[in-house]
Ligand binder design. Structure first.
Ligand code: ADP
Length: 187
């Protein structure tokens, strides 16, 4: 029997959340839900969401919760998300984390573990500058790291207090990180 698995990825921009989330999603046959990717697709397609989000994303700010919460509520109710999911980029502040707790209770779903990828700033900046996404310029990267420290880092404490946090060293080869994450999920 396939066991349902629900994972939350935490960690600063450039920590490797997207890469690792994609690998684990494929190996478990569950969707990788990246709010950053959803927003970039909306911006590329010039949808209403995209138009509302673009300025925030370009400046390295979080988009307002009002643009994200309904989107997550709907996404977690899709048929492909009933056997599990991996969230990448959400929750990104404590109010999103509190919302997710309430939503999961409503949907009778439970998150197995919040995985926190730890990577030093020097490595993050190097990785982001070599990635070359539109919001990966010096100034936006600096702002994203600031926003991470101010608004997203407290989410680590939130899951620590809830007893569902596992931290993994993300500053090594991708396949070593994957192995450590699999161990953390199994423990
Ligand atoms: P990063 O590698 O910088 O973490 P993401 O792809 O996760 O990149 O996110 C890119 C941008 O999308 C963020 O800088 C932010 O503007 C916006 N974003 C993504 N997820 C959220 C969220 N949960 N709440 C608010 N803004 C978000």
């Amino acid at each position: 029997m396939v066991q349902s698995i629900r994972l939350i990825f935490l960690g600063p921009p450039g920590a490797g959340k997207g890469t690792q989330a994609q690998i684990l999603a494929e190996s478990h046959g569950i969707p990788h839900i990246s709010t950053g990717e959803i927003l970039r697709a909306a911006i590329a397609n010039e949808t209403e969401l995209g138009q509302q989000a673009q300025g925030f994303v370009d400046r390295g700010e979080l988009v307002p919760d009002s643009l994200i919460l309904d989107l997550i509520r709907e996404r977690l109710q899709q048929p492909d998300a009933q056997q599990g999911w991996i969230l990448d980029g959400f929750p990104r502040n404590v109010s999103q984390a509190a919302f997710l707790n309430t939503l999961l209770a409503e949907l009778s779903q439970q998150c197995n573990v919040a995985l926190n990828l730890e990577v030093p700033d020097s490595t993050l900046i190097e990785r982001l500058l070599s990635r070359g996404r539109k919001d990966d310029n010096q100034e936006t990267i600096r702002r994203r790291l600031e926003v991470y420290r101010e608004q997203t880092a407290p989410v680590i404490d939130f899951y620590q207090k809830q007893g569902s946090l596992q931290s993994v060293n993300g500053d090594r080869l991708p396949e070593e990180v994957t192995a450590a994450l699999k161990d953390a999920i199994a423990s």
